[in-house]
Design a binder for this molecule. Structure first.
Ligand SMILES: NC(=O)c1ccc[n+]([C@@H]2O[C@H](COP(=O)([O-])OP(=O)(O)OC[C@H]3O[C@@H](n4cnc5c(N)ncnc54)[C@H](O)[C@@H]3O)[C@@H](O)[C@H]2O)c1
Length: 299
């Protein structure tokens, strides 16, 4: 299969571990030069971004390691500036930097609340703000934000029914992830008449952040069994490709072999789901997802 992101430059925040790393590897495998930003270092001092870059380079790809903090203006500015200095442009932004603090609301401290809002919400705002001038100048770009199903946490039908009650990730996390959906849809509308698209990912995969994630119900049916973060990456790469040029402001769930293209977030009845046993390829997604969004394939 032909790599479909040749000559593209991507920036993946939080790209050193978990979902971000899988996304970075997939974008590189599809031909993009990938800047990977991640603040994490292990006990030996090795940066997660450096090790992801090494993996990409060993596979024959092109990548750049960055260790900027996405929650500061200076960090986000340097992250984008260094990427553009090195690769000459910026086509794709995927914002995977994230964290979580668990616990009921009454036990959350103000500092924990602020730190989750800062990383998830402000981190998205600053990453998009710094990337946009380059995309606007090119009149093309792809932004994939990372939210969560926690943004609209499903509650059982009534208080008498506890059957589908799941343990929430924390109100601060859910509130920040809901904010990301608002940012995503509004930014998509702001950029509607440009060649830039903005879509939100709702992933589910086993990572160091969510190691106990178990396959659960999704869309009212048992979810895909696989929790490999690598299975989420093809849906992200699809959203970054030419095949998704007319898909913007949408919310896309991806986990294992399950991909859901949500309708309106306030009208979940309009959701559409596709499923296979295993990982989707770009060609399959490019054929099946655009019609679900009401877009002709290859339009
Ligand atoms: N894993 C899931 O099932 C799941 C479900 C829903 C949403 N998410 C979201 O997906 C994203 C990635 O999660 P993951 O599970 O891969 O977690 P992860 O911890 O494996 O990856 C997140 C990365 O972000 C980096 N990071 C944290 N703060 C940063 C900062 N200030 N600047 C730059 N990098 C920073 C971390 O070092 C880490 O490597 C998060 O936003 C998470 O909330 C994950």
């Amino acid at each position: 299969m032909v790599a479909f992101l040749e000559n593209q430059v991507a920036l993946v925040t939080g790209g050193g571990r978990g979902l971000g790393r899988s996304v970075a590897l997939e974008l590189a495998a599809q031909g993009a030069a990938v800047a990977i930003d991640d603040v994490y270092r292990d006990e030996s001092g090795t940066g997660a971004a450096e090790s992801a870059v090494r993996e990409i380079e060993e596979a024959g790809g092109t990548a750049l390691a960055l260790t900027e903090d996405v929650t500061t203006t200076e960090g986000a500015e340097r992250m984008v500036g260094t990427t553009v200095d090195k690769f000459g442009r910026l086509d794709i932004l995927v914002t995977c930097a994230g964290n979580n603090v668990r616990g009921p609301l009454q036990e959350l401290t103000e500092q924990q609340w602020d730190s989750l809002m800062s990383l998830h919400l402000k981190g998205h705002f600053l990453s998009c703000k710094m990337a946009l001038p380059h995309m606007i100048e090119q009149d093309s770009g792809r932004i994939v934000t990372v939210s969560s199903r926690g943004a609209f946490f499903q509650v059982p039908a009534s208080k008498q029914d506890s059957k589908d009650l799941r343990k929430p990730p924390s109100t601060a996390y859910s509130a920040a992830k809901a904010g990301i959906l608002g940012l995503t849809t509004t930014l998509a509308v702001e950029l509607w008449e440009t060649g830039i698209t903005v879509n939100a990912l709702l992933p589910s995969a086993s990572t160091q952040l969510f190691p106990e994630t178990k396959a659960r119900m999704v869309g009212g049916v048992p979810a895909s069994q696989s929790l490999d973060p690598g299975d989420v990456a093809p849906a992200v790469a699809f959203l970054c490709s030419d095949a998704a040029a007319d898909i913007s402001g949408r919310i896309v769930y991806a986990s294992g072999g399950d991909v859901i293209l949500y309708g309106n977030q306030l009208d979940l009845g309009g959701s559409r789901m596709i499923r296979k046993d295993g990982r989707w390829t770009h060609d399959e997604l490019a054929k099946l997802l655009p019609p679900l969004a009401g877009v002709a394939p290859g339009a």
